[in-house]
Design a protein around this ligand. Structure first.
Ligand SMILES: Cc1cc2nc3c(=O)[nH]c(=O)nc-3n(C[C@H](O)[C@H](O)[C@H](O)COP(=O)(O)OP(=O)(O)OC[C@H]3O[C@@H](n4cnc5c(N)ncnc54)[C@H](O)[C@@H]3O)c2cc1C
Length: 398
């Protein structure tokens, strides 16, 4: 079999890349190891309006459960701030239907798809790449000018082409269950090292009585289900609202820190496979969709040489490279705060002027803009005291 572009992985990023490549006139094939698109689901399904737009979809009722205006953020001691965007800022989606809609768009654009087909080997040739796949126990070779590896967090393609895997991952666990949602237009974020060390826990409503409740942590000794058990049983707010049922359990990992290089001879890597994920929230659909479109366009030019494919690295870095880097700095800084400092941090943010900035600039996808604005508005005295305490913590911990 011979194609111009073969996309490995029919997740959202593979589907968007394939659609773009087919729209640009390339004969495009998607291969997916699972029998059906969109399962198993490993996602909370919270995506911003911009992420939806970058994915090329309108807010269709077929996959939208809930419209989200803002968030209630709880500090470790239970202090809370309400961030109200004033209008719909994000959606809670059904990921399975979302993924299927994206794949359908790729097929509408002319792509083909093979399900239950797993990529197992990759060889370079002068004309591009030969991908070995297994399908129903049969092994065959598919040639392509360019292979796009959109095969997720544990990408084989990035390893096989010598780019290596993303080194840093967050460990995540989530359930969906009955939950007394105070206001279905708001998600809840819970900070604190007892429940989600290094990151945060959440309750994202899908209806007035059901929520996705989960958490991410830096990999550590305590297993994630132990943190989840604590969150559900011992967290002062979650334990009261959670009603004890569970209709799904998801375990997954989120790669953070993008690969330095995402192109090799005959190969491009996109989405989770390339670590194109926001380190502040773990959201991969917005940055991945931007990169997928660039990957599809560059691959469709049909030039498999690395010098030519490097244009992909340059273009996506220009669009979101800085945001991902600053996101990582924010993640590293906040992730190291003790519970006491997290409390103080939330107290600093609760100032009315800061909340106005949050309302104005609080886009989920561009935290660097908001953090810049906040830093310049914080009272110098407060900032000085907070930084002084941080330094003391640092010295004590050495
Ligand atoms: C618990 C959790 C919650 C999350 N919540 C959010 C959220 O609310 N919002 C958000 O934006 N992001 C969220 N994310 C991240 C988001 O799910 C990912 O960023 C997104 O799915 C990345 O899409 P992808 O297409 O790159 O990879 P994936 O969705 O992982 O798709 C990769 C596809 O490749 C296939 N594949 C893998 N290897 C092969 C192979 N060798 N051959 C053939 N096929 C293969 C897989 O079967 C899969 O279908 C969350 C992640 C987790 C773990």
């Amino acid at each position: 079999m011979k194609y111009d572009v073969v996309v490995v992985g029919a997740g959202p990023i593979g589907a968007i890349a394939a659609r773009k490549s087919a729209e640009d006139g390339s004969r495009t094939l998607i291969i997916e190891e699972h029998r059906s698109i969109g399962s198993p689901v490993q996602c909370t399904g919270l995506i911003s309006r911009e992420a939806l737009r970058e994915s090329g979809l309108k807010p269709e009722t077929s996959f939208i459960y809930q419209r989200i205006r803002g968030a209630n953020v709880y500090s470790p001691s239970g202090r809370s701030i309400r961030v109200d965007g004033g209008r719909t800022r994000a959606y809670v989606i059904d990921r399975k239907i979302f993924d299927r809609t994206l794949v359908t768009r790729a097929l509408d654009a002319g792509s083909e798809i093979m399900l239950s087909t797993r990529a197992t080997a990759l060889t370079n040739t002068e004309d591009g790449a030969v991908l070995t796949v297994e399908h129903g126990g049969i092994r065959e070779n598919i040639t392509a000018k360019v292979v796009i590896g959109a095969d997720g967090a544990k990408s084989n393609i990035s390893r096989l082409c010598g780019l290596g895997r993303v080194k840093r991952t967050l460990t995540c666990i989530q359930i969906e269950g009955q939950y007394e949602t105070c206001d279905p237009g708001f998600v809840e974020i819970f900070l604190g090292n007892r429940f989600a060390p290094g990151f945060f826990a959440w309750a994202v409503p899908t209806t007035e009585t059901i929520a996705r409740i989960g958490l991410c942590t830096e990999p550590e000794k305590t297993p994630p289900h132990e943190h989840l058990r604590r969150l559900l049983r011992e967290h002062p707010i979650v334990s009261k609202r959670y009603k004890g049922s569970c209709t799904s359990l998801t375990l997954g990992s989120i790669p953070i820190g993008a690969l330095r290089e995402t192109s090799a001879d005959g190969v491009l890597i996109a989405g989770d496979a390339a670590g194109q994920v926001k380190p502040t929230t773990g959201g991969g659909i917005y940055p991945g969709a931007i990169c997928a479109k660039i990957a599809g366009r560059v691959a469709a030019r049909g030039d498999p040489r690395r010098e030519s494919l490097r244009e992909y690295d340059r273009m996506w870095q220009e669009r979101i490279g800085r945001e991902l880097k600053i996101g990582m700095q924010i993640h590293n800084a906040i992730g190291k705060l003790s519970d006491e400092r997290l409390d103080e941090f939330i107290h600093l943010l609760s100032d009315e002027k800061i909340m106005t900035l949050v309302r104005e600039y609080g886009e989920m996808d561009h935290p660097s803009i908001l953090f810049g604005k906040i830093a310049s508005h914080l009272k110098k005295r407060d900032l000085f005291i907070f930084t002084g305490r941080l330094l003391k913590d640092l010295i004590r911990s050495r």
